[in-house]
Design a protein around this ligand. Structure first.
Ligand code: ATP
Ligand code: MG
Length: 388
């Protein structure tokens, strides 16, 4: 167990491509840190540099106070779990889990004890004599975890370990891995492109795009206070609705003009946006999360200058809530997330998504009023994409 520190780590591949730029992160002892970002943003490269499988072009790497830059992978005291768990098919589960111990020369009875202990933690006791071919995907993934656990490393590295599992199993394993990690207390650096996984598993989440760190924070803070448009759009599903809007300020109120409609925000509600007043009469980017809309018919006391009139274009009843889609006649924003095909489609149509209470009677084709929780609105500079 140890702290870990990445200090300005950079990777420039032989072809001149910079996959990771000046990445600096600190992991507390026992912390579960998730690195999340779209495909190709440099997550695996970062992880492989920590493991020593890829050379760093620049920067320093510490685990505890030990500088690892020039230490061979096998001497780094780091265990890695990959997406392709690569078990030995001819070995039993017990032999697979015990393999790192065997390599280390741990004797038979002690090895058996440690393997059984790991199997117990991972609920694999019944499977110990089976071969990997006789296991489910989730069980195989747990065997791969077991192989990492028995090494009792200073640091766990996990690269999308759940991406080969079906959706239901992934949810289950998500909780299992988080529990196991907490019980073992091993500092863990976990990579995924799935923002739900990041939000639910991480003590803190680091968002990366094009090799550049965007923001590191606890999941709730990242969600509530994204520092730029990319993080705002990437974290949360359905995504935050982002539009260009004109801002005007008079009589202690900001007015946000979205297309031909406007929303009023009392200046007292915008205390944390201390520089918003500088954007009077300018175009900014406004973000509204789907849950910050509500069917006005269900909450009729909401101030009517904090509402929009919209025509419902789509409706998805999900049981606990209903997603309502409608066009907003304001320019929407391309956040630069290449994975967000969904988002691109909705941008093309100017579609806005709201999460209404399941009791909403709003139907496709109907014109309705929707409340906006204005104190939760997000504001960004249009040029820099940074939060205002
Ligand atoms: N050996 C290499 N030479 C040149 N470029 C590379 C090399 N390996 C990876 N890259 C590039 O570096 C970038 C980052 O790759 P990396 O595998 O770290 O992405 P990732 O975030 O893990 O993506 P994914 O979510 O798809 O696994 C990609 O654009 C990739 O094409
Ligand atoms: Mg990867």
């Amino acid at each position: 167990m140890a702290t870990a520190k990445l200090d300005n780590i950079t990777k420039v591949y032989d072809n001149g491509f910079t996959a990771v730029s000046n990445l600096s992160l600190q992991l507390a002892d026992g912390e579960f840190l998730v690195l999340v970002g779209p495909s190709g943003c440099g997550k695996s490269t970062a992880l492989r540099m920590i493991a020593g499988l890829e050379e760093m072009s620049e920067g320093d790497l510490y685990v505890g106070d030990r500088l690892l830059n020039d230490i061979e992978p096998k001497n780094r005291d780091i265990a890695m779990v990959f997406q392709n768990y690569a078990l030995y098919p001819q070995m039993t589960v017990a032999q697979n889990i015990g393999f790192p111990l065997k390599l280390r020369g741990v004797k038979g009875t002690e090895r058996k004890r440690q393997v059984h202990h790991a199997a117990e933690i991972l609920q694999l006791t019944e499977q110990l004599s089976k071969k990997p071919g006789q296991l489910s995907g989730g069980q195989r993934q747990r065997v791969a975890m077991g192989r990492a656990i028995v090494r009792q490393p200073a640091l766990f590295l996990m690269d999308e370990p759940l991406s080969n599992l079906d959706a239901k199993l992934r949810v289950q394993m998500r909780a299992d891995i988080a529990d196991i990690q907490k019980n073992l207390g091993v500092t863990t650096f976990y990579v995924t492109h799935d923002q739900v996984e990041a939000m639910t598993m991480g003590d803190r989440v680091a968002v990366i795009k094009d090799g550049l760190l965007q923001q590191v924070d606890e999941p709730e803070k990242l969600y509530a206070r994204p520092e730029n448009v990319f993080v705002a759009a990437f974290m949360g599903s359905p995504s935050m609705n982002l539009y260009e809007a004109n801002l005007s300020l008079h009589n202690e109120k900001f007015k946000v003009h979205l297309g031909d409609q406007s929303i009023s925000i009392p200046t007292r509600l915008t205390e944390r946006h201390t520089t918003l007043g500088n954007y009077d009469q300018q175009t900014i980017v406004v973000g509204i999360r789907p849950e910050d809309f509500e069917d006005a018919a269900l909450a009729p006391t909401h101030p009517d200058d904090q509402q929009l009139t919209v025509t419902v274009s789509g409706r998805e009843a999900l049981g606990a809530e209903t997603l309502i889609h409608f066009p907003l006649n304001a320019p929407s924003i391309d956040t630069g997330d290449p994975d967000a095909l969904d988002e691109l489609a909705s941008i093309a149509s100017g579609r806005c998504t709201a999460r209404f209470d399941a009791n909403s009677k709003a139907r496709i084709g109907e014109q309705i009023r929707t409340n906006v929780t204005v104190e939760n609105m997000h504001f960004f500079d249009r040029e820099t994409g940074l939060v205002i």
